[in-house]
Design a protein around this ligand. Sequence first.
Ligand code: M6R
Length: 607
Amino acid sequence: MCGIVGYIGNKQAQPILLQGLRRLEYRGYDSAGLALWHDQCISRVRAVGKIERLAKKLKDQEIPGSMGIAHTRWATHGGVTEQNAHPHMALQGTLMLAHNGIIENYREIREKLGKDVSLTSETDSEVLAHLIGTHYNGDLRHAVMAALKHVRGTYGLVVMHVDHPDCIIGARMGSPLVVGVGEEEYFIASDATPILPYTKRVVYLDDGEIVELTREGIQTFTLADEVITKCVEEIEWDDEQAQKQGFDHFMLKEIHDQPQVFEDAIRGRLDMEEGTAHLGGLNMTEEEMRRVNRIILIACGTASYAGMVGKYAFERLSGIPTEVDVASEFRYRDPIIDENTLVFAISQSGETADTLAAIREAKRKGAFVRGIVNVVGSTIARETDGGTYIHAGPELAVASTKAYTNMVAVLLLYALQFGRSRRMTIATGQRFVRALQEIPQKMQMILDRKDTIFAIAEKYKDIPSCFFLGRGVNYVVALEGSLKLKEITYIHSEAYPGGEMKHGPIALLSPTFPVFAVMTKNQLYEKMRSNVEEIRARKAPLILVVTDGDDSAKEFTDDIMYVPPTMELLEPLLNTISLQLLAYYMAVSLDRDVDRPRNLAKSVTVE
Ligand code: M6R
């Protein structure tokens, strides 16, 4: 959680840092601060609340200087106060540190620091600043290295000192850091978004690495002080992609991105002639692929729902038994894994701590571990032995939308690839490929119907509670629809398989308890219709997602969201979009902070 940005160059650092913080705000936004070197001293300004509060403060006390560090916080240790906001200082304000992650042994370190060191915050990060301070004897990099030898836990950190007007030190262990390489200016940040307006040339730090940024260049070291040569990489995302592009919110923009980014996900990966998909990143020989007798999909939140669609697809297309595990549970349940198990870790950010821990566990047990990740160069992408980027582009709204559909897309491609290498006929494979190719246009059809969804959202926006129902893959659609609604409207909702209602939840139904049901035309249509009849009989308001042309749905309700037909396994790619829009419009009507819902952060890098 939290976001770091640092700058060293010849420009005024304050606007660059502030702009960088705004771009990182999705990572955490309960307080923020910055520190700048100028006129032989370092000035620090911090504020509780969103970045704009800090910006307002800085308007009255603009600080000069062309080197500085900044931080936006999502609290882990200590409350949301200005004292707990970063940067933290040591050595009477001559040393400043901004830190992401958790120092597990901070209490132990605190004790060792002794009574001479007095703390002003409740954070583990301030303890780390003082630890570095105790090792400082004029050489900042070595002080950081020496201090980190005593640290257990995770960190992405940046440090500066008043005696070093030409130096920022960064270090990484479990919390990402990217260095931007400009013309006589250098940047360091938790991800590339603050860097993109200035340069696309970046260096990704790996765990256990330290970087020294000066105006002349950067140098990377191991914690043991050995010099490392790192490659400068070119980022493909352009700055414009990271902006709202005229939409009111990132979430709405990202919902509308889906037809385009879905095409990006399947581009060059489909083979119509053979009726299959080719995903090079799998890095497995034919023989290894044939050996796979179990697939485990590990992820959190929305990514785990993408995994559930993947389970249906793998089992139906390839016949390989497939499980989905919520990553936070996986690592503690002693899962049965061997060298014939293929584990996919699914993650938008590629930094989710639980997912990361789960893949480490799977690797220890000898499984093939592959990533299905959005953020290029992220930790999960680099810690897996291969895998596939979902190419959804930057997803900045906290509520995941386009990353979900592209995760599903990539899982479907993998299921097709495994299916064709096992029991699936070429004709079925070709039908599947064709259906995938039609998806972007069908997604667009749903987006073009947003006025109907907006009207339904307006009608139901004041409900206190509701159910989402579906069967088969549409049960997953219900789960994801329910999560989206909860996340951004704060309306209580639960999702159930249609057949489960009569086993308990139906007791809640009444004329004031709405049910959103996905009843598209597939092999479970008749079953779902019966479940919808049961709801109708309890006079609960019904809102249906149904397939174009299904006029009989009007017997139940006028509140209908129509979707174009597709193959059953592909339905989540379309049906989910209606529910994303529904949640979005309800949240807007309720005047919620759509892109930054309360208590949530985009990238959950703590366990
Ligand atoms: O970055 P990841 O895909 O690993 O994140 C997993 C979840 O934290 C994430 O999907 C979360 O559930 C979103 N807020 C859903 O909208």
